[in-house]
Design a protein around this ligand. Structure first.
Ligand code: SAJ
Length: 404
């Protein structure tokens, strides 16, 4: 049985380790965070991804899945470490230190020309070729870039069903990557070179960011003429060749709001549309706060008192607890600082470290509501009642069917 090591047990590496161990492989999950490894080995999972906890438990029992704080020699290495952006001074340069360390640690345990290294982390174009240079010509492994495409919240299903793109630094690497993914996924695997595969990942997420920016700009224009953007978009989408996404409070998460920067930074004069899209999406929370302020002033003028403000949802998108880069959390934090009576409620947040999340009974007493995240939980008579009877600002299409 071939041995696989997964490097980096985050939101891609951890489910991938469990998933790959369902096939004819022995999988060893490796992470530099010893505490994380300890927790995984103690079955102490802090996970909300549907189905993941039970899959992990099941696969650990088969003894084909284990977690280690040391990297061991393997036939295949799947690299899923983070490649964050350096936000210092807002330069948004990619930090490839984790990736470089991961590749160095693979070199240290020893590779041959039979070893296969699959890089799934998001990278600037050309990274796979560059990092391959650290291996000596005598022991040169096969290396391919194979971007992940899974959607948080639907991850285990998409790991199996999404088509994949694999791009090796040479034909042997592409073929080996192709053989691996065709064994473990139920969908097509497309072969290309490493640069095209790297760019493909960045283009996919930039496409979504730009399309959301279009929707967000439409919402700003709608506000100028006093119409409902969601109704407008629903009607425009009746055209057979129009399919506008949904405006929201901004774009969050660790991918869509981040990945376009890999292209913008790499090709400054040729990525104006991407940069503008980022700006449009990043400015949306300010617009939400401006609209909130208008309502607060109107309330104070009418009732001669401060309104109780209820903020519904702080995660970066519906039905998950992930708050990374969340525009809703940003709005909630800023509103809590500016106004006296702000209540924040999110059914997916229990003990949030960044903001106090109130009890549901308290939120129901508010006067003015900001609907920020369209959690399925909110689709009940309590919140429909609020929507109809109270002062509301809807930035998540609460009252309409989803259009994603
Ligand atoms: N959003 C809108 N309007 C929309 C759709 C989304 O404002 O119509 C917002 C969401 O509320 C959220 C943000 O965009 O704040 C991103 O959410 P998302 O559902 O678009 O994407 P992610 O970040 O959860 O996952 C994306 C996916 N990429 C694409 O759809 C092209 C996923 O397939 C990738 O694997 C993932 O990025 C990644 O890891 O790169």
């Amino acid at each position: 049985m071939k041995k696989i090591s997964i490097l980096g047990l985050g939101y891609i590496g951890l489910p991938s380790s469990a998933y790959y161990s369902k096939f004819n492989f022995h999988v060893s999950g490796f992470d530099i965070n010893k505490k994380h490894i300890h927790n995984l080995n103690a079955s102490n999972f802090d996970i909300t991804e549907p189905g993941l906890k039970s899959l992990l438990k099941k696969q650990i029992k088969t003894k084909k899945l284990e977690f280690k704080d040391k990297l061991y020699k393997s036939d295949i290495y799947v690299v899923c470490v983070p490649t964050p952006l350096k936000k210092k001074n807002r330069t948004y340069d990619p930090d490839l230190s984790f990736l470089k360390e991961a590749i160095k640690s693979i070199k240290k345990v020893g590779v041959t020309d039979e070893t296969l290294i699959l890089i799934e982390s998001t990278c600037p174009v050309g990274t796979t070729e560059k990092i391959s240079k650290i291996f000596s010509v005598n022991n040169f492994p096969m290396i391919a870039y194979c971007p992940e495409r899974v959607l948080p919240g639907n991850l285990l299903k998409e790991l199996a069903s999404n088509e994949r793109v694999v791009g090796g630094i040479n034909d042997a690497s592409t073929e080996a990557a192709y053989r691996f993914y065709t064994k473990v996924i139920d969908s097509k695997v497309h072969k290309t070179d490493s640069k095209t595969a790297e760019m493909c990942k960045l283009v996919e997420n930039s496409f979504r960011d730009t399309n959301i920016a279009f929707a967000n700009e439409i919402s700003l224009l709608s506000d100028k003429v006093g119409i409902n953007p969601y109704e407008l978009i629903q009607l425009a989408n009746k055209h057979p060749r129009v399919n506008i996404l949904e405006p929201g409070p901004g774009v969050g998460g660790h991918c869509i709001a981040v990945d376009p920067w890999f292209l913008i930074n790499g090709f400054k004069n040729t990525s104006k549309l991407l940069q503008t899209s980022r700006e449009v999406n990043d400015l949306k929370p300010n617009f939400v706060l401006k609209k909130l302020n208008e309502q607060v002033i109107a309330f104070k003028n009418k009732y001669a008192k401060e309104p109780k403000i209820g903020i519904l949802g702080i995660s970066f998108k519906p039905d998950i607890d992930d708050i990374r880069e969340s525009p809703s959390l940003d709005i909630a934090l800023k509103a809590s600082k500016k106004y006296k009576n702000v209540y924040v409620f999110d059914p997916h947040q229990k003990n949030n470290k960044e903001i106090d999340v109130c009890k549901e009974k308290d939120i129901l007493k508010c006067d003015l509501f900001l609907f920020l995240v369209n959690h399925t939980y909110f689709q009940n008579s309590k919140y429909l009642g609020i929507y109809q009877k109270k002062i509301i600002l809807d930035f998540c299409n609460f009252n309409k069917t989803r259009n994603r």
